[in-house]
Design a protein around this ligand. Structure first.
Ligand code: ATP
Length: 952
């Protein structure tokens, strides 16, 4: 027995008598609590709980303990009702994501029965698409804070689909399939190289959000993909937070380029670039070759690559250009010699005129009526213009890459019918100094949290009420008021920011703070530190309070790009730069006259379209948890984890999922899928009008199905597994499994019946065909034989004719013989041998060529016998010959010879004298001669018999 059992036993004992009597009240309560806890939760077995809903009771503490126990046992995935919790191991786990494991989950009849894994989520979504249960399209939402493992998880999901959604392909050629899945996977290293960076919290932090749509055709095969990106952190190009790095691609170029490439890109070995801090730090992602290889696979040729890398090298050179103020304010800023060199090289790499580049950076063009006025910029303004140039180039290049990737991997709309979307967005951010980027990121997280809450908590509870379910409500954190504060209408942080950004004046942080305070003081989610000197506001997000600095927010929201910079880039000899910025001008021209699009309004719009997609799909949530802030392998910090669990509402989710019915299916869909259970168990009406608008009829049918499915369970058990609402059926996972199981059994029974019918039908058809073939063969044979018989008849007629002539000839010979009868008496009569006497015959022969006359055996007897039948009595010449043969008389002058007949020949061979008429019966086929083969060489007995019958 294990120690837990011992503890449980001890618990019972202690809870019985002894402790109650002897302990003071407080310690008694404590120990009781401990005992109950020990009784409810077997701590030694905590790591075996696959689902956090099974821990008892469901509290943050027990959930945390369970997760910790599992993490120590190197189990990193745990279900939390409808959500999957993924703990980051911070080290590769051998065999956890191997091909075999993928196959195991993919081919499992019930993957849910396997250990929790990200592949269960992937497979469930895949099967939902196959099942065609509305909504068919699926979204896999991967959330968590920076470094929690979202990108890793998204990559696993993509690899899973790129493996299982193509292996069963028989329709498409292997070559095409490989190209598609490879291209889809190859989009990852490119986007990570250009969009990820090493931050303090994660060495490979995604600095943009992405929604990847994996497109599946009718056979659930991966035929393409498309990527939608959100809010690239472009400020990082020109300004990297302390101890953080720029985007990976710059370091990859620095470390991975060949000598020749370095020369071409003007990146010498010992060159220092201001915009490449911490270049001494090497991270796993610094692999230039992998990025180039992926580019090649996606169709970015060497020339295009060179254009891209020249642009990036140009940006780095720009970063080293520094300005110094001129003594005369009316004059533009100065550049030292070194900066001039950097500027020259930047211009060469960007392939723009160096003079013009310098002027653009130092002088502003103002419109005064129809005239352009040139105004020298201050040192700070020059730096802002330089940074702006770098940011706009990088952002546009990133956008071009995403479009290129999409063109390369996106399938034609007619080729796919469903999709599985993978959403990987930046996690909740809270730094020392937070600005517009953090406000947008946290706003996106609030939106996702709201979707989660709406989907699993609020919707569930509201639906229970509307469907008439008795349900004890769980309190949940609604973040609608926080969202109202950020994006609401008419007054919100965003609307005030936009207003300020559209005013044609320099922004004032203090004034904006006052406005915010005045307009939004009613919202409980915003607050201010009255004693702080820096203008700011604090927002109480669902995941915690974040302090936002107002300074610079309006400028970032405006994101102005001086038009002279754009026209300079349009003149570039680098064809890629030219292309990117010509397109940009077209865009800006089309939006001319519309109100100026700010960063937050653009972000809000793209987020709204994302939310629309999410609302129209079946979501699957995966919460990634970062077990420690230092990214140390297998280190679990309770405080870190509990904060994340509470922030993402996992405990509430678990509570609701454990007690509720997480699966809801409308009556119509339910009957369409499970109606066969009632039909084949014989308890339901066999045809239900699914188009009938009456829910009452459908409800009745649903109840029939449930009765048939649960016939062996008690009614209490029914209500714990399933509830029939007014328009939907509410199920637990266990009930769904049970229904699916029964459905599968019925379907396999039906399949078996269909197979039997088909085999029977095939057998019958084969038989009928064989009969037809026999009939045809018989008809053909019969026809051939008839033709043959006709020929034989003709031949027989010829023979008869000849025979008659021959007989006439013999008769005339016999008559001539009779004329010599006198000589015959004088000759000596020889003694007749017994054989001759017995079967005498007559043979006429001449000396040279004797004529043979065939006579009946026993010719003498016949010759003297009284006539029995006309045909068998020898008369005339025949009679005489028979006598001659019988007595073996020599012929006159040896001209002929009379011998016994050779009875084997011809028709003369009759061994017995027939009495009366003789009839030969032959059995005939219904078809004349059908059983005969038209073979000339064979003896045709049937024909002989028939001839014989005719003769007789
Ligand atoms: N399942 C895993 N197995 C092994 N290592 C992992 C796993 N998940 C994450 N990691 C490690 O954790 C690191 C951070 O993960 P990842 O980049 O996916 O985080 P993230 O949530 O996407 O962060 P950000 O929001 O900053 O992009 C990875 O580089 C990887 O080394």
């Amino acid at each position: 027995m294990n120690s837990a059992d011992d503890r449980r036993r001890a618990g019972y004992r202690n809870g019985g008598t002894e402790v109650k009597v002897s302990c003071p009240r407080l310690s008694l309560n404590d120990s009781l609590e401990g005992e109950v806890q020990a009784f409810l939760t077997d701590e030694d077995q905590l790591h075996t709980y696959d689902d956090l809903t099974k821990v008892n009771p469901v509290t943050p503490t027990t959930v945390l303990k369970c997760l910790q126990a599992r993490y120590s046992a190197k189990v990193f995935y745990t279900h939390a009702g409808c959500t999957l919790v993924a703990l980051n191991p911070f080290q590769p786990i051998p065999g956890l994501y191997s091909l075999d494991v993928m196959k195991e989950y993919h081919y499992a009849p019930q993957p849910q029965e396997f250990k929790p894994h990200i592949f269960i989520v992937a497979e469930e979504a895949y099967r939902n698409v196959q099942g065609q249960l509305e909504p068919v399209n699926q979204s896999l939402v991967v959330s968590g804070e920076s470094g929690a493992g979202k990108t890793w998880t998204s990559r696993c999901l993509m690899k899973y689909y790129a493996t299982v959604a193509v292996t069963s392909s028989v329709v498409r050629s292997q070559d095409t399939v490989e190209r598609i899945e490879k291209r889809v996977l190859d989009s990852n290293p490119i986007m990570e190289a250009f969009g990820n960076a090493c931050t303090l919290r994660n060495n490979n932090s995604s600095r943009f959000g992405k929604y990847i749509q994996l497109q599946l055709n009718r056979c659930q095969l991966l035929v393409g993909a498309s990527v939608q990106t959100y809010l690239l952190e472009k400020t990082r190009v020109a300004c990297q937070p302390a101890n953080e790095r720029n985007f990976h691609i710059f370091y990859q170029m620095m470390k991975g380029a060949t000598e020749e490439q370095r020369k071409e890109w003007k990146m010498l070995q010992d060159q220092h670039f201001v915009w490449l801090p911490r270049s001494e730090k090497t991270v796993e992602e610094d692999c230039f070759n992998e990025t180039v290889e992926a580019m090649v696979h996606l169709g970015i040729d060497t020339e295009r690559q060179n254009q891209i890398f020249r642009i990036l090298a140009g940006i780095l050179q720009l970063g080293n250009v520094s300005f110094s103020s001129s003594t005369d304010e009316s004059q533009p800023c100065n550049l030292d010699e070194q900066s001039k060199g950097f500027l020259q090289r930047a211009a060469e790499l960007l392939q723009v005129p160096a003079e013009e580049l310098q002027t653009c950076l130092k002088v502003r063009t103002l419109k005064a009526g129809k005239q352009n006025v040139l105004k020298p910029c201050s040192q700070a303004e020059c730096s802002v213009r330089r940074d702006c140039l770098a940011k706009v180039i990088y952002a546009q290049l990133f956008e071009w890459l995403v479009t290129f990737i999409n063109n390369s991997i996106c399938a034609d709309r007619s080729m796919w019918c469903n999709f599985i979307g993978v959403l990987d967005v930046y996690g909740f951010e809270c730094f020392q100094i937070n600005n517009l980027e953090q406000l947008c990121i946290n706003y996106a997280n609030e939106k996702l949290q709201q979707h989660f809450v709406a989907h699993y908590l609020r919707a569930q509870q509201e639906e229970y009420v509307s469907e008439g379910l008795k349900w004890s409500f769980v309190k949940y954190q609604d973040n609608q008021s926080c969202l109202d504060l950020i994006e609401g209408s008419p007054i919100s942080v965003f609307s005030l920011l936009n207003e300020e950004s559209r005013l044609n004046r320099a922004s004032d942080a203090k004034m904006l703070r006052v406005r915010l305070e005045k307009e939004l003081c009613d919202n409980a989610n915003i607050s201010w530190d009255k004693f702080s000197k820096v203008p700011h506001f604090t927002v109480a997000h669902y995941a915690g309070k974040v302090n936002y600095q107002i300074e610079g927010m309006v400028e970032k929201n405006k994101d102005p790009v001086p038009p002279e910079l754009i026209s300079l880039l349009q003149k570039s000899d680098n064809r890629l730069l030219q292309q990117i910025f010509t397109e940009k001008e077209v865009e800006s021209q089309t939006s001319k006259g519309l109100s100026k699009v700010t960063v937050v309004s653009k972000f809000k719009n793209s987020l709204e379209s994302l939310m629309k997609i999410l609302h129209s799909t079946t979501p699957h949530y995966t919460r990634c948890i970062k077990p420690n802030p230092d990214c140390k392998p297998l280190t679990f910090r309770k405080e870190e984890v509990i904060m994340q669990l509470e922030a993402c509402g996992i405990v509430e989710t678990i509570h609701i999922s454990a007690a509720g019915f997480p699966i809801r299916i409308p009556f119509k869909s339910f009957i369409q899928r499970y109606g066969l259970i009632a039909k084949y168990s014989g308890s339901g009406s066999h045809s239900v009008d699914l188009e009938a608008d009456s829910d009452g009829v459908l409800q009745l049918e649903v109840k029939n199905v449930l009765r048939a499915a649960l016939h062996c369970l008690s009614s209490e058990k029914h209500s714990s597994l399933v509830h029939c609402g007014r328009t939907k059926v509410f199920l637990t996972q266990a009930m769904l499994d049970l229904l699916e199981d029964q459905r599968k059994k019925i379907l396999s029974r039906c399949a078996f019946s269909i197979q039997c019918c088909w085999l029977r039908y095939q057998r019958r058809r084969r038989h009928a065909r064989r009969q037809s073939a026999t009939l045809i063969q018989a008809v053909v044979r019969s026809w051939l034989v008839r033709k043959q018989v006709q020929r034989w008849n003709t031949a027989a007629a010829v023979i008869q004719n000849t025979w008659r002539k021959w007989r006439a000839l013999l008769k005339s010979l016999a008559e001539a013989e009779l004329d010599d009868a006198k000589d015959f008496v004088e000759e000596e009569v020889p003694v007749l041998s017994p054989v001759v006497r017995e079967r005498g015959s007559v043979q006429l022969s001449t000396i040279q060529e004797p004529v043979t006359v065939r006579g009946w055996p026993m010719g003498l007897a016949l010759a003297s016998a009284p006539s029995i039948s006309v045909s068998l009595t020898a008369t005339g010449f025949q009679k005489m010959m028979s006598v001659m043969a019988s007595v073996s008389l020599p012929s006159r002058r040896g001209k002929y010879k009379v011998e016994t007949n050779q009875y084997t020949q011809g028709l003369a061979s009759i061994r017995a004298q027939p009495k009366g008429s003789v009839k030969l019966h032959c059995q005939r086929s219904p078809l004349l001669y059908a059983d005969r083969k038209p073979d000339m060489n064979r003896v045709v007995t049937g024909f002989n018999e028939i001839l014989l019958e005719k003769t007789l």
